[in-house]
Design a protein around this ligand. Sequence first.
Ligand code: ADP
Length: 167
Amino acid sequence: MGQIRIVQGDITRLEVDAVVNAANSTLLGGGGVDGAIHRAAGPDLLAACRSLGGCPAGEARITPGFRLPAKWVIHTVGPVWQGGERGESALLASCYRESLAVAKAHGVATIAFPAISTGVYGYPKQQAAAIALAAMREWVDDFEKIIACCFSAADADRYRKLCRECI
Ligand code: ADP
């Protein structure tokens, strides 16, 4: 049986098989967690991403982690929040599911997610956390450990309140 674990901190430091990147559709880097992952992984990550030719919202692509402790980076493109009636929730759920499917196909046992779309993309944090946890619960037994990596203590608290069984 797998576990969902809530961790507060910088996702680029985690020793897991795969970290998920909240990328933009060009996959060519950006701010927030995307910038942090590219800085920590080094320039080979950008070269690998260039060869992928972008990624639509709700889908996921995989590259090596290069200088990261993680072996893989799974790049997924979250929806930009536009009020909630433009399919945002389905797209966000799809980001988590597609990332987990790609991870499983690559033999990943431990994987960490940031709170996709909740930074500059403006997704309401509580709703996003509920969607993230629902997808993680669906897949938890396909993995040893799924980590929700929260950047702030407030974000970690929000996840903990929504997930009594999380560690
Ligand atoms: P998006 O464009 O999908 O909204 P952001 O990177 O702006 O992506 O924000 C997504 C989430 O990632 C936010 O909750 C932000 O606080 C968090 N974040 C930013 N840097 C890091 C990091 N180094 N590790 C983990 N989470 C991070």
